[in-house]
Design a protein around this ligand. Structure first.
Ligand code: C2O
Ligand code: CU
Length: 511
């Protein structure tokens, strides 16, 4: 029996006014670069701990890990201009069975966080049975580049807004196990203005509120007694044969006959998805509106989405044309990009991840999907200029002695290079490692994918991106600059087992 999709839990701020000693005390702990620009106005508390979870009614309830009693953890809704503090408490059991580490370092993926709040892999902290049991992270909620290009209201250029982000554990050597065990959740950022004369996201009138639904897609394996299993020692990766959305195996979701925005995240360890919305075995059309949390300049009509680990796609599906009771499916066509062949025939047909059941109408729906969404911050001419001014960097993705390497070396805590704040860089990424895809993630900033194997990338990859997957033997060129903060950050493969097995580099941004 399939499960209803669980409601997306929303986190509520602990102390919206942030007055009192707690805030003052924590302010001192996170005394860093951004504090003065962006004093926090909301405090959230996320406690990582064991959760008794049901993946499916046919499987035993079992202990996994999550935040505030659920996995995925609660969704945080933040607003630009209103800085956020998150107190990440660690209540994980020490000496737990199976893979995973009770030490954690929670990273807000894609966000422009000060180095101290970034959830660096070496910055982990133990569970609450020991002193030092929480970490406060400060998210200034400014648009990218607000320090160099503050804009009229001091919070940056709203063309550089991010929407769909996620938080997850990043403890070095254990990121794969800890995320697989459930330490992940959504963090959505909304525009400062609800409406008005500026071209903000709210003024676009996209489907919102209950019709704006984050979907975390993951794959897992279960043993013969129905308990989830993982192999953290396989450096290649790990693919499951059961698929889940927001922590439930093949759930169903009652939708109204109207438009919905789905913010789809590949939260898997290694699997690349080729997603479709299918009805009567036909792929349906939808609007692709945002990639990696960034609105595209214009909507794209598409019928499939390729997603690598940590990539996000926001799509709008219109259910209004389907009669009540119609069933549609979010499906995955199995990808061979991880270098493996599907052993079983059934894996070659589209796998149903989530069933939509259309309810009775008509319902009022004044939401829209405007043809033009949000202009990108750089014109083509500016990109050309930036490319000419850029320093060049190489990242050769390879493999040696069973470990995964960048420029022939596995991860160490020492910074491998330093970037000058505000300086354009062109990264040339080459996947020379054999048959695996490497989704390359760079902390702190978005970049622009200039080319794949010398050719322009497809339209949905031409916006501001944060995860750039490199297919076997592929060469990517990425234009990027680090503006907001200085300090230590990492870049790594987001196949989290590759990352844990060395495919990560430390770098330093210097003023
Ligand atoms: Cu989603 Cu460095 O991580
Ligand atoms: Cu990789």
């Amino acid at each position: 029996m399939p499960l209803e999709i669980p409601p997306v839990l929303q986190a509520s701020p602990v102390d919206p006014s942030l007055t009192g000693n707690v805030a003052a005390g924590e302010a001192r702990k996170v005394a860093h670069q951004a504090w003065a620009d962006a004093p926090p106005v909301a405090l959230y508390e996320l406690t990582a701990g064991p959760v008794t979870h049901s993946f499916h009614p046919d499987l035993p309830d079992q202990e996994v890990w999550g935040f505030n009693g659920s996995t995925p953890g609660p969704t945080i809704h933040a607003r630009y201009g209103e800085a956020v503090l998150v107190r990440y408490r660690n209540a994980l059991p020490r000496g737990a069975r199976g893979p995973g580490s009770p030490e954690i370092s929670i990273h807000l993926h894609n966000f422009h966080s000060p180095s101290e709040s970034d959830g660096h892999p070496d910055d982990f902290y133990p569970s609450m049975h020991l002193p030092g049991t929480f970490r406060v992270c400060h998210y200034p909620m400014r648009y990218a580049g607000y320090r160099t290009n503050p804009g009229p209201d001091g919070i940056g250029d709203d063309r550089e807004a991010l929407g769909t982000m996620w938080y997850h554990d990043h403890r070095h050597h254990y990121t794969a196990s800890n995320v697989y065990k459930g330490l992940a959740g959504f963090f959505l950022a909304f525009d400062k203005y609800d409406s008005g004369d500026r071209r903000t996201e709210a003024s676009l009138n996209l489907p919102s509120g209950p019709f704006d639904v984050p979907l975390m897609v993951q794959d897992k394996q279960f043993d013969s007694s129905g308990y989830v299993v993982f192999d953290a020692m396989d450096p290649d990766g790990f693919v499951g044969d059961k698929f889940m959305v927001n922590g439930k195996i093949q759930p169903y979701f009652h939708v109204q006959p109207r438009k919905y925005r789905f913010r789809i995240l590949d939260g898997s360890t290694a699997r690349v998805y080729d997603l479709q919305i299918r009805h009567n075995n036909q792929a349906q059309k939808f609007w692709y509106i945002a990639n990696d949390g960034n609105l595209l300049p214009s909507r794209l009509e598409m019928s499939s989405v390729l997603l690598a680990p940590a990539e996000r796609a926001d799509i709008v599906v219109d259910f209004s044309a389907y009669p009540p009771g119609t069933e549609l499916f979010l499906t995955n066509r199995l990808q061979m990009l991880d270098g493996r062949k599907p052993e079983k025939d059934f894996l070659r047909t589209p796998i149903q991840l989530l069933k939509f059941i259309v309810g009775a109408g008509p319902v009022a729906d004044d939401s829209q999907v405007p043809a033009n969404l949000r202009a990108l911050p750089l014109s083509d001419a500016e990109i050309e200029q930036a490319r000419r001014d850029a320093v060049r960097r190489e990242a050769r993705l390879g493999r040696s002695n069973g470990g995964w390497t960048i420029n022939d070396r596995i991860y160490t805590s020492k910074p491998r290079f330093s970037s000058k704040q505000g300086q354009w860089e062109v990264w040339s990424v080459r996947n020379d490692s054999g048959g695996w895809v490497h989704p390359v993630h760079i902390h702190l900033e978005e970049g622009r994918l200039l080319s794949r194997n010398g050719r322009p990338p497809p339209p949905h990859e031409r916006g501001r991106k944060n995860v750039f997957y490199a297919n076997p033997n592929e060469r990517l060129e990425i234009l990027i600059r680090f503006r907001d903060f200085t300090g230590h950050y990492v870049t790594h493969c987001h196949n989290t087992l590759h990352e844990d097995h060395g495919m990560m580099e430390n770098f330093e941004v210097k003023p």
